[in-house]
Unconditional design. Structure first.
Length: 327
């Protein structure tokens, strides 16, 4: 079968290759998944560069890339409740391939007609849901999202709109193919057009109330300005670090503002879904299945086109998610 692999740590644009590898052999309690789609994510690049904590570490030779994806159960090995033909999403390993073996407990059943652009990044939908909940912003309050054009931020915006939360989406540049207001943003701050102070703009938008939560995917000086734009008792959720720059704070910026700072690690990084997660997962499926729920896609690629998919995603050349359509 075809798979995208690497044999050494390095830049995602340099160490990957397309290879023919053996079909995986399933063990007790596992399912063989015929992959239909997989997304290209910043986390995949961290994995390739060996920056993830254990147990997410590459094993050589021919480590297959990819953490998130979706497919069809092809066959199973004893004591598995999911039947062949079931459409599933999962976060595990080896998704940039034609087939992969996954323990049943990691598999999330999806409707048969659930679209591939949503199925391929279903874990991003879960992340967006969880990050919004972690921010503790209430209906009628304000949340600021950095990297507002990113897939996770646009998904957060739509979940926020569903909950009646006001969103300020902050972008480096507006993109004509992504209508952020249609996807739930109450206001958009385009940094390429901004000449004044970000705090002043936030206060004008919120009528001097400030934001009650921040989801920060970027870091750098923008984070400092946003922290100084918060209402008392707000929460900053750190969900990424796209900027190479650092930011500075005084203790009083946190202490006297009752600010809580949290980091987010996606829900199924260390452990598989739990039975009690079923109601939340079903609600996410229900909301995201709507025709007006939009998950921006930059491009759909075959596995053969991995170099373009990786380079364009790694360098942020296009807005929206790059995904592999595998079968």
């Amino acid at each position: 079968m075809k798979a995208i692999v690497f044999d050494k740590i390095g830049s995602p644009t340099e160490v990957l290759r397309l290879a023919e590898v053996p079909l995986p052999k399933i063990k007790e309690g596992e399912a063989l998944i015929k992959m239909t789609s997989a997304s290209v994510n910043p986390g995949d690049f961290l994995f390739i560069q060996n920056l993830y904590p254990a147990p997410k570490k590459p094993v050589f030779p021919q480590q297959i890339v990819g953490n998130h994806g979706a497919g069809i159960v092809e066959k199973t090995k004893n004591n598995i409740s999911l039947k062949p033909g079931t459409h599933v999403a999962f976060s595990y390993y080896n998704t940039w391939s034609e087939y992969t073996a996954v323990p049943e407990e990691w598999l999330i059943p999806l409707p048969a007609d659930y679209p591939i652009e949503k199925a391929s990044q279903f874990l991003n939908l879960i992340t967006a849901w969880d990050v919004l909940a972690q921010s503790a912003v209430l209906p009628g309050q304000w949340i600021a999202l950095t990297a507002g054009n990113s897939s996770v931020s646009t998904i957060i915006s739509q979940f926020a709109k569903y909950r009646g939360i006001n969103v300020i989406a902050i972008v480096r540049n507006s993109h004509p193919s992504i209508d952020l207001t249609a996807m739930g943003a109450t206001a958009v701050i385009d940094l390429s057009l901004t000449r004044g102070n970000i705090r002043d703009q936030v206060m004008e938008i919120t009528q001097s109330k400030g934001v009650n939560g921040i989801v920060d995917n970027v870091g750098g000086p923008l984070t400092t300005e946003l922290i100084k734009s918060t209402a008392f008792g707000s929460t900053l959720v750190i969900n990424g670090g796209m900027s190479a720059e650092k930011y500075t704070l005084h203790n009083n910026d946190v202490y006297l503002n009752g600010l809580t700072i949290k980091s987010h690690i996606y829900r199924y990084f260390f452990s598989p879904p739990k039975k009690e997660d079923a109601s939340i997962l079903n609600e996410i499926i229900m909301i995201s299945s709507r025709d007006d729920f939009n998950v921006p896609i930059a491009k759909i690629h075959s596995l053969d086109e991995y170099a373009a998919a990786v380079a364009e995603s790694f360098h942020g050349k296009n807005k929206g998610k790059h995904i592999f359509k595998i079968s």
